[in-house]
Design a protein around this ligand. Structure first.
Ligand SMILES: [Zn+2]
Ligand SMILES: [Zn+2]
Length: 239
């Protein structure tokens, strides 16, 4: 049967050749094209100790946002600064069924932050959940695809039936700061699956204000989780 699987794979590749997740050029045997690889806007090593955002002044420990707003999670990492190209890629990943982008994005998280994530000592990888009805309509939750890849690469189990979104929310990007807080307030709940965790790694595609991650953290900590970290693909520019 292997031969049929190979033929099928080859035909599928001819019809739908793998494409660069950033510029959509055809690529072969690599996760991203050379041009994009060189010009991607990585967060870099001078980062906010809390949210992982790039900061310009390396004397400072926290970004302007984290100095103003206290977060409930411990800390986290982000790979890219949210620029127009990543924005386009994230849009296709989220809404245009480009599920395969998860391989590249999770691969980059692990390539850059494996050590740090291992230091967190998390017991499970948990995707930021989508409201179940919404997930059924879209067919997938992009955070879950990322978490699944991360779980494979880091050899840490993914738990996707533990944290649930119990409230239908409006996409955060359409709202003001105050509306955002109310929008996701108490939107998450824990389903008791009979296991206790001390340390969790939350996974999402984009970090905007951290409010969603805070609300997830609130639900997790109310259930007894002691420390919550996160990994995201991209994050806004710091100050
Ligand atoms: Zn490219
Ligand atoms: Zn920060």
């Amino acid at each position: 049967m292997d031969i049929f699987r190979d033929i099928f794979k080859n035909v599928a590749e001819l019809m739908y050749p793998p494409r660069c997740p950033i510029c959509e050029d055809i690529i072969k045997d690599k996760p991203v094209c050379e041009k994009c690889k060189k010009s991607l806007n990585y967060v870099g090593s001078v980062r906010c100790l809390k949210c992982g955002k790039a900061i310009t002044d390396d004397e400072r420990e926290y970004c302007g946002d984290c100095q103003k707003r206290k977060h409930l999670f411990e800390s986290g990492v982000a790979v890219f600064q949210y620029d127009d190209r990543i924005k386009g890629s994230m849009y296709r990943f989220k809404y245009k069924n480009r599920r395969e982008y998860a391989t590249f994005y999770a691969g980059e998280i692990v390539r850059l932050y494996r050590k740090l994530i291992e230091q967190y000592g998390v017991e499970a990888v948990v995707p930021v959940p989508m409201y179940e009805k919404k997930r059924r309509i879209r067919g997938y939750n992009q955070a879950e695809l990322l978490a699944k890849e991360l779980s494979k690469l880091l050899k840490i189990p993914m738990i996707d039936n533990f944290l649930i979104r119990s409230k239908m929310t409006i996409p955060q990007k359409e709202l003001s700061d105050t509306q955002r807080i109310n929008n996701v307030k108490n939107a998450f709940q824990i389903r008791d699956i009979g296991v206790k965790y001390n340390k969790i790694l939350l996974v999402d595609d984009i970090y905007t204000t951290g409010i969603t991650l805070d609300e997830c953290t609130k639900a997790l900590k109310a259930f007894g989780v002691k420390e919550v970290y996160f990994a995201v693909v991209c994050i806004g520019k710091g100050s």
